[in-house]
Design a protein around this ligand. Structure first.
Ligand SMILES: Nc1ncnc2c1ncn2[C@@H]1O[C@H](COP(=O)(O)OP(=O)(O)OP(=O)(O)O)[C@@H](O)[C@H]1O
Ligand SMILES: [Mg+2]
Length: 237
């Protein structure tokens, strides 16, 4: 599905990602964890085409997309929800969904489907997105991404600053979507518990390099607590 091979990327002359290799398999959930500034967002942006890759390759569904523009990658089935839950603040929830759905085949049905996934949004359809809570905005941002029917959903810290009950809701939805098949997820996440509950595989990123990898809770034959202890140990280096 998505393969990053020895990817180097950064800003201007400053390299931030120093040769990262990882694979997101068909229908798999892969979590990337790491401290602030480790290069997690930069890695995702490189995968999506928003940051230039200076070395290495990105392939998606067997096609080399290393130097393809973001719009080309989106057209091939990659959806990216950036850190910070951006939607159009002046538009209502419903308008935000319609902006993406209008003109698409089965647009209206797609909106209904994402509202089924995030029922909390149903009562907020007339509210401006700028007035939604952080958790509600995050759900709206994921809902908008899902309307494009992606093959790969890339999420940058979907639970940042969100209360635990909403975190659980988002986790349930992501796990459910992935288990239905047809969707792979690449997730950056600082909540180790959340990341490991949903992930088949995890990678710890430290200063632009993968320093530790393993099977996540969904794919491990040991308990989540054991995996989480490994990750915490890796993160304190
Ligand atoms: N647009 C930019 N221009 C220059 N440097 C940047 C830019 N964006 C990020 N950086 C730098 O790249 C490094 C990695 O940043 P990045 O946002 O990828 O980290 P992160 O792991 O996502 O952190 P966080 O957990 O805080 O979101 C940091 O040192 C940051 O200052
Ligand atoms: Mg980040």
């Amino acid at each position: 599905m998505l393969e990053l091979t020895d990817v180097r990327a950064g800003y201007g002359r400053t390299e931030v990602v120093h040769g990262v290799t990882m694979t997101v398999p068909d229908g798999g959930v892969v979590a990337v964890m790491g401290h602030n500034g480790a290069g997690k967002t930069t890695l995702l942006r490189a995968a999506v085409g928003l940051v230039k890759i200076t070395h290495g390759t990105v392939t998606f569904d067997g096609t080399d997309v290393t130097h393809m523009r973001p719009s080309g990658r989106v057209a091939r089935g990659i959806a990216y929800v950036p850190q910070g839950q951006q939607s159009f603040g002046q538009l209502t929830t419903e308008e935000n969904l319609r902006v993406v759905a209008d003109g698409r085949k089965r647009g209206k049905e797609k909106i209904k489907e994402v509202l089924d996934l995030f029922p909390a949004l149903t009562t907020l359809l007339d509210r401006r997105a700028g007035l939604l809570s952080g958790g509600q905005r995050q759900q709206l941002a994921i809902a908008r991404a899902l309307i494009t029917e992606p093959k790969l959903l890339i999420l940058d810290e979907p639970t940042e600053g969100i209360q635990p009950s909403v975190v659980a809701e988002i986790e349930r939805t992501i796990t459910e979507l992935a288990s239905r098949g047809g969707l792979s997820v690449l997730l950056v996440e600082q909540h180790i518990g959340f990341a490991l509950e949903s992930a088949d595989r995890y990678h710890v990123l430290e200063a632009g390099r993968v320093t530790s990898s393993g099977a996540g809770g969904a794919g491990a034959d040991v308990s989540i607590e054991t995996v989480a202890a490994d990750v915490r140990a890796a993160l304190t280096i």
